[in-house]
Design a protein around this ligand. Structure first.
Ligand SMILES: Nc1nc2c(ncn2[C@@H]2O[C@H](COP(=O)(O)OP(=O)(O)O)[C@@H](O)[C@H]2O)c(=O)[nH]1
Ligand SMILES: [Mg+2]
Length: 342
């Protein structure tokens, strides 16, 4: 039984957390001349905690008032999990596990319920923790898909900064040729990161932009090519056909491309976006998820619903609009930020 992991780890992490509260670290503003620091550890953890503070405050308040395991504890915890967007399935699994451990007398006070809860939630998310290895191919091609406003272009900007900071040669493809200003938005991320953006004008054929970009990325020996796509066309059908065409046309140049098809999901969008994600998955074969806006109105539990329903690897999470607000998904950090605010 490993339920003490979270409490033990919290003590170990205290100095990192104190460091995170250091205003010098937190107030780092990005300017074009400064090298972006997308992977800055302590700042990221504090932003993650801040983003999930609504949820962690609710859990902390709940466990502060409870010492004993009584009849109402699990009922109230059920409400708490549901209101944290964990979803019906996830909540049921968690409660069944806790009930089992209480019945077996493995846990006997509310504090142990909390750490068991944290450990079990971690065990639900950990299988989805996935890292992308861009060294597998050159150029490693990432196709970004998802509905309008989910955060595709912003995520691409953040990823470009991350890969560039790792010394990789990055190129971006502006294959969202549908929405006015989408090309400019990507170009502006390209400028910020000093990475080239292959683009044509709004209304151009998305597949042809992607094809040009892959040719250019090969010619210039880029390590990573990230292809932006449109989120909404006149009909959903039209969108799926356009995306399939992008993939087909890229594969004329290289049958293994894309190496990673990432769907970007806004954590605040709930069931509707999960339905759409399934449609994308059917059409495109998704092999990774990016969940954005965990700093917004979303409550952290939405990650349980996303993984439960899609059963796809979670590669990155977004906790803000800035370049440093994207991170590889780490189930432990995530659950800790969700359950503990103290
Ligand atoms: N708060 C917050 N806003 C985000 C995040 N990711 C993206 N956004 C914002 O969401 C909006 C839509 O993002 P965009 O990248 O244009 O979405 P796209 O249509 O999928 O390309 C923009 O205003 C972004 O700044 C995030 O993790 N947190
Ligand atoms: Mg976009």
């Amino acid at each position: 039984m490993a339920f003490n992991w979270f409490r033990k780890n919290k003590t170990e992490k205290n100095s990192a957390q104190e460091q995170a509260q250091n205003p010098e670290v937190q107030n780092q503003e990005y300017s074009e001349k400064d090298a972006p620091k997308p992977q800055e550890e302590s700042g990221y953890l504090s932003r993650l905690k801040q983003g999930l503070s609504k949820t962690s405050n609710a859990f902390s308040g709940f466990f502060r008032q409870r010492q004993e395991i009584d009849d109402s504890l699990l009922e109230d915890l059920e409400m708490l999990l549901l209101s944290a967007d964990v979803g019906v399935e996830g909540t049921k699994k968690i409660l069944d596990e806790l009930k089992g451990q209480i019945a077996n007398k493995e846990i006997s006070d509310a504090n142990q319920v909390r750490s068991t809860l944290a450990d079990y939630m971690h065990s639900l998310l950990a299988p989805y923790e996935t890292k992308i290895d861009t060294a597998k191919a050159k150029p490693f091609v990432i196709l970004m898909i998802g509905i309008n406003g989910a955060g595709k272009t912003t995520t691409i900007g953040k990823l470009a900064a991350k890969y560039k900071s790792e010394g990789k040669k990055v190129m971006l493809a502006a294959a969202d040729t549908f929405r006015a200003a989408a090309v400019e938005q990507l170009q502006s991320w390209g400028e910020k990161n000093s990475v080239p953006v292959i683009a044509q004008k709004t209304g151009a054929d998305a597949a042809s932009v992607a094809y040009d970009a892959l040719e250019a990325a090969k010619a210039r020996e880029c390590d990573v090519l990230i292809v932006d796509t449109a989120g909404r066309l006149h009909t959903q059908n039209h969108l799926m056909e356009e995306l399939k065409k992008v993939k087909r046309v890229l594969q004329k140049l290289d049958a293994d491309v894309p190496h990673q098809t990432l769907i970007v999901i806004d954590a605040g969008n709930g069931q509707n976006s999960l339905r759409q994600a399934k449609e994308f998955h059917q059409a495109m074969g998704i092999d990774g998820v990016v969940i954005t806006k965990l700093d917004g109105t979303a409550k952290g539990g939405s990650l349980f619903a996303v993984t439960e329903q899609l059963r796809l690897p979670v590669c990155f999470i977004g906790v803000g609009e800035k370049i440093e607000d994207l991170r590889e998904f780490n189930a432990r950090d995530f659950v800790e930020a969700m359950i503990y605010n103290d």
